[in-house]
Ligand binder design. Sequence first.
Ligand code: ADE
Length: 351
Amino acid sequence: MMDESPSPLLFSSGTRDLTTPHSRPEDQAEEFFSLRPSSLREYIGQSETVETLEIAIAAAKKRGEPLEHVLLHGPPGLGKTTLAHIIAHEMGGRLTLTSGPALEKAGDLVGILTHLSEGDILFIDEIHRLPRMVEEFLYSAMEDFAIDFVFDKGVHARSHRFRLNRFVLVGATTRVGLLSAPLRDRFGLFRSLDFYEETDLVRIAARSADLLEIRLHPEGAQVLARRSRGTPRIVNRLLKRVRDYAQVRGDGHIYGKTVHEALALEGIDALGLTPLDRRYLRTIAEFYGGGPVGIEAIAATLQEESDTLVDVVEPYLLKTGLVVRTSAGRRLGAQAFSHLGSGLREVEGRK
Ligand code: ADE
């Protein structure tokens, strides 16, 4: 039975009507409606993932079957939710969005599953945070499109199988290692999304600028791409900050110089690092002599959640070699020390 607690359903829609009372605030933002690509053809970057999905979707359509369940793994902002929207659009199914932590009880999940129609897409974000009791209901739902209810206990126990419509689960996670093997093994398609190449981010910035009617010059797009930590969500967010700056302090056009000036105000340095990234690096450098140091010690010194550091801050620093993970903990890469010096001068020297 569902109780009075907030709905675990964060968003549910057809592929056209995207306004519902349950939609997430960030999904109501302008970029949700205009900047997300709605087809694989429009999608820039992640070419292997796009090709895998193109083949799987075309094959499923040919056979008249729903797509196999899809697991997407990677740091935040790389397009996991966007791909779920695209899958729904390409397969012609309705999309329901929820997340692991929002599904507190088995009833929350059952309520959603029993409302799915044939070919609908269920997107579960942060699927590694699904409570174990809820996860166990998902096994038979994914494998047999059925859920088993057990009534009574002991010798009186009876079970009843409830049939579901054949749906497609798209799971997203930043921590694939935390997924249990039974859950992981029930996904037919598994793709890891990696940080985007600078050239792809330039194209994404140009596309977004076009849609938002922003006058972004090639050099402006280049600088923006270089400072977006390989992440489309960041490129689009920074584009809007730079647009504001260009309209108020400039002539409305975005040149390389405009991006430099606007991002310095945001505290974003030449490598695209944020104030939190630099606090993280500086903590290892100054409190722990460059490391190695455990993540819990860094989190305690910074007074941040270690999950935030692992999911949001570390992936890009590890990718660029500014931080190295060893069995003894995190330590700074050689270029982190020189960057900290110059990065500090550039951003903090403004004061
Ligand atoms: N906007 C955000 N991510 C995108 C992508 N990968 N391709 C095109 N536009 C995008």
